[in-house]
Design a binder for this molecule. Sequence first.
Ligand SMILES: C=CC1=C(C)c2cc3[nH]c(cc4nc(cc5[nH]c(cc1n2)c(C)c5CCC(=O)O)C(CCC(=O)O)=C4C)c(C)c3C=C
Ligand code: FE2
Ligand code: FE2
Length: 343
Amino acid sequence: MAHAIILMNLGTPAEPTPGAVRAFLREFLSDTRVVEIPKPVWQLILNLFILPLRPKRIAPAYAEIWDSGLDGEPVSGSPIMFYTRRQAELLQARLQPHDSVAGDETGGGNVMVTYAMTYGAPNLADTVERLRQEGAKRFTLVPLYPQYSATTTGAIYDQVARIIRTSRDVPDISVVHHYWEHPGYIAALANSVREHWHKHGQAEKLMMSFHGIPKANTRKGDPYYHHCCGTAERLAEALGLSRERWEITFQSRFGKAEWLQPYTDKTLIEWGRNGVASVDVLCPAFSADCLETLEEIAVENRANFIDAGGREYRYIPALNTREDHIAMLEAIVRERISDLEAG
Ligand SMILES: C=CC1=C(C)c2cc3[nH]c(cc4nc(cc5[nH]c(cc1n2)c(C)c5CCC(=O)O)C(CCC(=O)O)=C4C)c(C)c3C=C
Ligand SMILES: [Fe+2]
Ligand SMILES: [Fe+2]
């Protein structure tokens, strides 16, 4: 049976211009999973203050990261789009040679791997429709968010619900909820850190910086904070780091409310001032490098640390197209397929 695997990530503007950034932010920030302020009030703030100003400020940052990756293969276009597409191609190559995947008794098992974005293009509904036309009978969505949050993975479940609500012949579709506990994920992160240490030396501290969410979301039941803490603890254990050598922090604060703490920028300034000389920064919540890592972490926060007196600051790239990353995704997908075929 033809089984479609759809890797999903957040999305990105179509081009690094204020107009394209505005269109992207309008869709993204209008999602009530992302901003929970009551819709009429928020739409007023969004249209009066955010959409007229933020795109002009953010577009140059996008222009900086466009067509540019870190070491490794050259990137074209938006890095998050580039890496997500490559991840899908590499996963397809790992799954394709096996025409019978994980116990498909029909022997005709065929896995099609592609990708979609929660906001912007390619969108999920069109992608599912296209794959159905191409013969897909079963769908597994893999949100590339190792830690579940209602603001990210939850928003993908909403889109699935929308597809279901508007279909007569409802697709056979399931979603991978989270995978931070998968041993292959922690192992891939640990490998990437060890390789980085091997090449550049080990800094005094390892900062694990996760994308933040409003603190109130945790109080209301979003498990993201606990997933992040679990990830950091397991990774520190895998690396054999004692507690004073690592810290968990949260970046990308947006708006006036309190977000998860400690904040990445404030912590780096504090460390720089207090005599911490060197830092390695890893962003485990990002499975692909993007604006939030290449600009906010690799550029802005480097300046925060160095200006405060720090000396060495090194960003450890996201798992991107690493072989152990794709192998881990393959393992997750094979586990899913064999469960489904068995069921
Ligand atoms: C306004 C609230 C936001 C929440 C909540 C939020 C959660 C969240 N986001 C990611 C991953 C990514 N976010 C990215 C960009 C980005 N995020 C927000 C806002 C919230 N994110 C904005 C406004 C932007 C756009 C840039 C900007 O205007 O500052 C990206 C990068 C996209 C790219 O094009 O490169 C990613 C990836 C996670 C994992 C998360 C919650 C867990
Ligand atoms: Fe974000
Ligand atoms: Fe940011």
